[in-house]
Design a protein around this ligand. Structure first.
Ligand code: HEM
Length: 225
């Protein structure tokens, strides 16, 4: 039975929400630019993707409670228990304040494969005109292997993303729970008396993002000098 007295509390901080929607945009741009052979755009969106992924990893240790890895990476056992409860239609009285254990594992898998995709791209060559910035600094075996990884990891990512989006729809249809609105507004309805997660400062997020951007720009500048 859903509790009658509810209120909306902040769940997702602004940096996490901006990260998510920018990631969706950059992923689409990276994918489509590769399909169309527009490699200047593909390289630029890849560097931007790497920057925000590095930011998100750092934010996973320093960010608001719901953004931290310790909050949502609970291991396969907890994820399986959660899924068993989900399919048995056991509803939690108190909704998960951040990612549930199954969603958390999926988030981790997506972040790992996105990072593999972005880093392997730095070492990828099409053997004709387009070389990632690290190609001329790495051994040919490394370039050969990572070029294969870059072409294969995208298929894994497309499968993970399809499951991710299907899960969001399943929540909306089966449980009548809208997960998308909180990822836009940051707020979620919780029973009266339940406190939202502790939030980190946006200034800290901005500083971390600036450091990540400087690291990526420095690395690219150094390899292409
Ligand atoms: C338009 C399609 C999409 C929708 C509607 C959507 C929706 C959502 C929602 C509602 C959450 C929060 C889930 C929760 O409450 O636990 C989330 C998290 C997440 N999504 Fe998506 N998503 C979409 C596409 C994508 C794509 C394309 C990617 C990867 C490229 C992605 C990667 C992620 C990641 C990494 C998180 C975790 C966010 C964080 O904690 O930083 N999503 N998504």
């Amino acid at each position: 039975m859903p509790p009658s007295n509810t209120r909306r509390v902040p769940i997702w901080d602004l940096p996490t929400r901006l990260f998510h929607w920018l990631l969706v945009l950059l992923f689409a741009v990276s994918y489509l630019s590769a399909q169309r052979g527009e490699f200047a755009i593909h390289f630029a969106s890849g560097y931007a993707m790497l920057t925000i992924l590095l930011f998100r990893i750092a934010w996973g240790f320093t960010g608001s409670r719901s953004a931290r890895f310790t909050d949502f990476v609970k291991g396969p056992g907890a994820a399986l228990r959660y899924l068993r409860g989900w399919f048995a239609s056991k509803h939690d009285d108190v909704p998960t304040l951040g990612h549930n254990p199954a969603g958390g594992l999926m988030v981790l898998a997506m972040l790992v494969f996105l990072l593999v995709q972005a880093v392997s791209g730095l070492f990828t060559t099409d053997e004709v005109l387009n070389d990632g910035p690290f190609v001329r600094h790495a051994a040919s075996e490394v370039v050969g292997s990572l070029s294969i990884v870059h072409r294969m990891a995208i298929d894994v990512l497309l499968i993970l993303i399809a499951i991710h989006v299907a899960a969001v729809f399943a929540y909306a249809i089966v449980r009548r729970e809208d997960l998308v609105a909180p990822m836009i507004t940051g707020r979620k309805k919780v029973p009266e008396g339940v406190a939202g997660p502790v939030m980190s400062s946006p200034a800290l997020a901005f500083t971390i993002l600036a450091i990540c951007a400087a690291m990526v720009a420095g690395l690219i500048g150094w390899t292409t000098a």
